[in-house]
Write a protein that binds this ligand. Sequence first.
Ligand code: 5FX
Length: 580
Amino acid sequence: MAAAGDCYLGVDLSTQQIKAMAIDDNLNVIHETNVKFDDDLPEFGTQGGVHVHSDKLTVTTPVLLWVKALDMLLERMKASNFDFSKLKSLSGTGQQHGSVYWKNGASQTLKNMPDDHSLHQILESSFAVKESPIWMDSSTTEECQLLEKSVGGPQRLADITGSRAYERFTGNQIAKINKKNPEDYKKTERISLVSSFVASLFLGDYAAIDYSDGSGMNLMDIHAHSWSQQCLDACAPGLKEKLGVPLPSHSILGSVSPYYVKRFGFSSECKVIAFTGDNPASLAGMRLQQGDIAVSLGTSDTAFLWIQDPKPTLEGHIFCNPVDSSAYMALICFKNGSLTREKIRDESASGSWDEFAKALKATCPGNNGNLGFYFDVMEITPAVVGIHRFNTRNCKVSKFPKEMEVRAVIEGQMLAKRAYAEKLGFKVSAGTVEECAAQLRSDSKQGRPHSNPWSVFIGAAQLLTVSRRSASTPSKVAKTPNMLLECQFPVLDEFSGYSISTWNFACGNEGDQSTGYRRGFFEPRYTAGLQAALGQSFGNVVKIAPAPKLAVTPACEANKVYGPMLTRYMELEKLVQNKC
Ligand code: 5FX
């Protein structure tokens, strides 16, 4: 039973910062804090939260930075008089794929943390690998080839794990560590994902990897929800023991460590719920259901959707669904996201989002046939690097005028999202635009969270055309999952650097695994924290979230411009791929 004043904590460890948010039983956000890695922990010398190594392919973050960031986060909450004793449960999310290597003996250290020391002091020598590989790493091409070969090819690997081998996927990262630094691997007693690492810090014990984030490792059989022995064997010896048994994403792992009770005044009853990956959490948080699609704009951009029958292909990923363990989600990840947009803002719009918006306004959908690919770092989808600009005659040019450049980066990024989502089987049909606009209007009246998934993409132009935004519509209020993108672009400045996160909140009803949890719902800035009465299913929980509101109506004519442009984009992409 919820008691007056109960609250729930969500923690998100992303690429550039760690954030905490607490909500109460009435969905009010009662606390928000963050720690920005570069600014608040300059002693680690990160840029954008990471170290890019000299090969430009290896990308890591010092694991102790993450530990110190959590210390700082909790100290900030304490300093602002946050009442930890009211927390009924906590959970969270982490950037996907990154891994943490706990040294032999670390489990005992975790179980006996003295409350007069910071986590950073306690865990200083608890890691076998000091620089954790993260999702931006693309240094494991050899390991990927070996893994695919060992299971019978890329499609076979995708059939088992949901994805062909990807450099950033954890199994390949582990294989690299085992090959390059076998001593470090031998010294490792447990490997966590970023999500289960933070859960472990709260639990004072090794936390299970959840099914959903576990699907981003190239190691899990996504149908059996268990490690694939074939994949484990191909990556490193004795890996099963080092990973522990994966669990459903809403599992209650136990109570918070006594360390937090004594040091911060947590209730000893406060439950720790399995943490999951940032993208699976976004799927839950956006209340996606079958037929919806959402786009998250962050350090990486992602497009994701709920699916029932997974048919893994060589592009994109299939993960276990964090809300319903019998369902799945598809995800496409684009590495060149907000940092690329910011770079173009700085170079072509005087570092100002207002100027950036003006440049968009001043140009027309389709950019008069000028089109660009902006991959500052090796892209994931597709695997290409470099800036490639094409004029209306498909000739490569080295420069665009500033305003054209602004539109080109946005249109290029959006076209890629639509193109790859279509490759996963989505279709824009004739008349979709009109239907979509109508549906969205009626949805907003009826408060229904769903409508045509293509609303996001069809209007690629629309999302880009600031002038078409209804002046009376507050741009920041869109709650309709499939309208997310439209809302974000007009407020690009607001969203830059954000990834959308969701947090799970336990209710402690351990007797009923299917319903015994709460899940928090969060949208950056205007959130809505959300909870449900104890013992309710996720579906019931999210029913009380604020109804979706229409923020932008897609332009009917947009598809006429972007339909043909999409075909051209894909042809030019092939050209760019072959040249790289
Ligand atoms: C997804 O597969 C990714 O690699 C990224 O979106 C990370 O999760 C970003 F944190």
